[in-house]
Design a protein around this ligand. Structure first.
Ligand SMILES: Cc1ncc(COP(=O)(O)O)c(C=O)c1O
Length: 416
């Protein structure tokens, strides 16, 4: 039976969902199930680095005691986890109490809550470009006006941002700026220290929030002489200094997804109390609270003392994988694909010669059973550029070596 009120004829979708585009990375999933495919596409941590034993012990401990892990919890998060996360922040050079911290269901949710609380259709949002696609997607669904801020090898270009801010008409004053200062997704860049200060100064002067999304900061690689590279201060810490008597404009987001396990879905937000309170109200209608079971497992895991060694293992292994990828590209791709070695994180950003058509290369890569994310996924206008993101985190070194050979074969096919 069909009629005006049967499901097939139903519509009434809200404007952003009338004709929505899905995540460009999730759209690559069907290729992943093709037999023999080697994926350099997703930002998935390596399964061989999960500390399953430590997590099993933490899960056991989470279930004993007063059953808090099985009950609803406060929207802001379990106090025991918020305190453990505050200690983690201290190790990152940020002073914070558990009350200034909100636990979220992945850091992805934290950004979504911020968008709900801050953005109305037509509002201007500054985004470093190339950008993390889910950020672009959240902003598109909120009908924000996305204004790209260019990056170079030192991260977001603050001089270009200053010029942009002068050019924007008063009616288009930005509400917030989004950046991944540490080992950005997709470019892998580390924002230079002087730019961190310049960025927070611009935010204070022009009155916009800065979202510092930091899931990768702990995955920094050793320098050539084997030392752990020093990290510049977080934007949040710079904000604490520069806005000593006023509101710190920096909202800090992070996650256990890349260092412990994405399945926990544990992220967190550190922000000014006015913003945090509103995000908590927004979260009440989304999921009431992040799974207390997952929170308790995370808290018990952090207090077990295994976290630093787990991160250390990941840093060393990801550096090996990154080197295999970057060296393979340098030696096997005849300069047709070029990239810089990142100082941490999970991604290599590569540029290929303009004589190769991006779609032809992607098709050839799929035919050669190697997958990457085409650069267009990272631009607000889906610009079809000669770029690609290659993740070295999930495949083992021999697979990475094979993936580079396949990429070389794909380049040769696409050059014809
Ligand atoms: C820059 C960035 N932010 C946020 C996320 C989402 O992380 P989570 O698993 O904590 O939601 C990712 C995951 O790939 C990411 O790359």
């Amino acid at each position: 039976m069909t009629g005006p009120h049967t499901p097939a004829a139903m519509s009434g979708f809200a404007a952003p969902f009338a004709n929505p585009a899905g995540s460009p990375i999730r759209e690559l999933f069907p290729y992943l199930s093709q037999p023999g495919m080697i994926s350099l596409a997703g930002g998935y941590p390596s399964p061989s680095l999960f500390d399953a034993e430590g997590l099993a012990q933490a899960a056991g401990r989470a279930m004993t005691g007063d059953a808090q892990a099985l009950q609803y919890g406060a929207t802001e998060g379990l106090p025991v986890l918020r305190t453990a996360l505050a200690a983690l922040m201290e190790a990152r050079g940020v002073q914070a109490s558990g009350e200034q911290m909100m636990v979220t269901t992945g850091s992805q949710q934290a950004f979504d809550l911020l968008v709900r609380v801050l953005i109305e259709p037509g509002d201007t949002v500054l985004v470093e470009v190339p950008a993390y696609p889910a950020t672009l997607q959240a902003l598109r669904l909120a009908q924000a006006r996305i204004v790209p801020v260019p990056m170079d090898e030192y991260g977001l270009q603050t001089d270009a941002l200053a010029d942009l801010l002068h050019q924007l008409p008063a009616t288009q004053r930005p509400k917030l700026l989004y950046t991944v200062p540490n080992f950005s997704n997709p470019r892998g860049t580390l924002l230079a220290a002087q730019r961190r200060e310049a960025l927070v100064q611009l935010a204070c002067a022009h009155g916009f929030w800065v979202v510092e999304d930091d899931p990768y900061g702990e995955l920094r690689f050793d320098t050539a002489d084997g030392d752990a590279a020093a990290m510049p201060p977080t934007l949040r810490a710079v904000g604490d200094l520069l806005a000593a008597s006023g509101t710190n404009p920096v909202v800090y987001l992070s996650s256990l997804s890349k260092t412990v396990a994405p399945a926990l879905r544990i992220g967190w937000m550190l922000a000014d109390s006015s913003l945090l309170r509103r995000c908590a109200i927004a979260k009440q209608t989304v999921d009431l609270c992040t799974s207390p079971l997952a929170q308790m497992v995370a808290a018990r895991y952090l207090e077990s003392g295994r976290y630093p060694a787990t991160v250390q293992r990941a840093r060393i292994e990801y550096q090996r994988r990154m080197q295999a990828l970057v060296q393979g590209i340098a030696t096997q791709l005849d300069g047709r694909v070029q990239c810089a070695a990142p100082a941490g994180g999970m991604f290599v950003w590569a540029t290929f010669t303009p004589s190769i058509d991006p779609q032809a290369l992607f098709d050839a890569a799929v035919s050669q059973q190697v997958l990457y994310v085409p650069g267009k996924a990272f631009y607000p206008d889906n610009a079809q550029l000669n770029t690609m993101r290659l993740s070295f985190a999930a495949p083992e070194v021999p697979q990475i070596e094979q993936a580079v050979q396949r990429l070389a074969a794909a380049v040769a096919l696409a050059m014809r």
